[in-house]
Design a protein around this ligand. Sequence first.
Ligand code: NAD
Length: 558
Amino acid sequence: MNPSNLTNSSNPIYSFSPTGEKFQLPSPEDYAKEFERLKELVNSHRSLGREIVVVMGLGFVGAVMAAVVADAQDGNGNPAKFVIGMQRPSTRSFWKIPLMNLGLSPISTEDPEVAFIIGRCVNQKKTLTATFTYDALKFADVVIVDVQCDYLKESLGNVKDGRAEMEALEESFEIIAQNISPQTLVLIETTVAPGTTEQIAYPIMKKVFKRRGVTSDPLLAHSFERVMPGKNYVASIRDFWRVCSGVNEGATRRVVKFLNEVINTEKYPLTVLDRPIESETAKIVENSFRATILAFLDEWSLFAERNGVDLIKVISAIKARPTHSNIMFPGPGIGGYCLPKDGGLGLWAYHHIHGFEDDIFKITPLAIDINDTRALHVAQLTRDALRNMGRPLASAEVLVLGASYREDIGDTRYSGSELIVRRLTEMGAELRVHDPYVLHWWEFEKQDEYPATSHGLKRFFRGQEKLKDLRVDQDLKRALYGADALILAVRHKPYLTLNPDEVVRDAGGPIAVIDCFGILDDAKIKRYFELGCEVKGLGRGHVKRIKDQVRLKTEGVE
Ligand SMILES: NC(=O)c1ccc[n+]([C@@H]2O[C@H](COP(=O)([O-])OP(=O)(O)OC[C@H]3O[C@@H](n4cnc5c(N)ncnc54)[C@H](O)[C@@H]3O)[C@@H](O)[C@H]2O)c1
């Protein structure tokens, strides 16, 4: 444990939850007590024949995976597992532990099942507890690794200039090997650089085992998560197809057995691959594929804007063809934790795990770079729309609707909206933001340390200091008042039905409206023009046609 995190009565250190609750980090004396608490719980669950599962890392994936496992039943409908969610007691994340132990979800999401199953498993079934001590690993029959593996980009729009951050993971493998029994199955769910399980985790664990005098091979396996934070959060873990693979026959047998016990593999059969590198590669290719099909539309989006084409209608025309039904409009960048980084992990592995020198990757990095910078164009559209209204962007009041990276969730990681805010701030605009799902936009409020020190996008823009004071308004009417421009950045439900007359009334007059996500239909675009507004949109070249029609009508030419 990091000594700077040691707390005591004369030097209390606190961790704050997103809603401002304050929790003191554990002191050295708390560890022995916590171990006794866990021991008692483990003994009572073992006597009921339950396996002990430790989930390491209670983040977006681990917290919900822990609950899914704790909720699993055996053939007789009885709880099959006792789960200990283990989270390191950092100031940033410790609060998740006391919150979960109250039966509360550390994640705010649209899926009510997340809070429901955490509450049920903690308070009713009593099959789930959370802890800060690595000693929990000593009890584990199965360890699930859900800690992060970040990719640090050194420049904006150049993923090749970056590296995988392996420290948290490597530290986890070391700690796990020091504490587990040789028969414990270690299941890595983290999205890793392909090769990590066999060439990084395995040797680390093998060396520690050797030091401990353990001669058997670690039972290591990989099975990546396909979590989709949103309406179907829990189902995307429990009721979804899984891929897995073990480092040896024993590990493969164990991981298949375990996943069959906790995931709905009857309806969503498992795919078992020969080697972990294949499971690891599957995850990276899956996300690089998605990043690529989204990035591919960026150039067509510009084509559409410059040639009177509405890309939204073009896409829905193409989608009618079953072979092309997964074509998707990209919005203002892709964002989320996974798509911007996963391809980078692949590139990094090729050089730094497998030792190749040549540059075989063309499409994957290009797609990530395009996605990472697509939002910058929104700032240009805003500038142009305001200019058409005779208002300079510098000092204009710009309201961004939506802070998260996709619709109807509160996850702001690497959202296109962040880039929009940063670029427009750099250009001199005053920014406001509204999002019904986001209470705190930590990327701004704590921009020097979030998402991690030296990771923030702040470093790529000038004049960002004042954004520490940016607060997310929950009241749309208030946020709109006096705005010069409105950016529809995310397809959150409440934004889909905004009425142009009400928007203009609440803003106090005509404004510039920038549609980043095909939110406005033609009737609304027309109405905004009739009300004296200016409208622009990503991929929406046809707005000029609508504008001309409205102008001709007002001038009585028609
Ligand atoms: N979030 C998603 O939508 C999603 C989807 C699919 C896959 N994944 C993958 O799942 C993995 C986890 O992602 P996440 O979104 O849950 O990340 P996260 O950052 O929300 O959570 C990771 C947690 O692990 C904790 N942690 C780090 N080191 C630890 C240690 N040594 N011991 C105990 N806890 C430790 C951190 O404090 C944090 O709470 C990543 O590889 C990610 O790419 C994420």
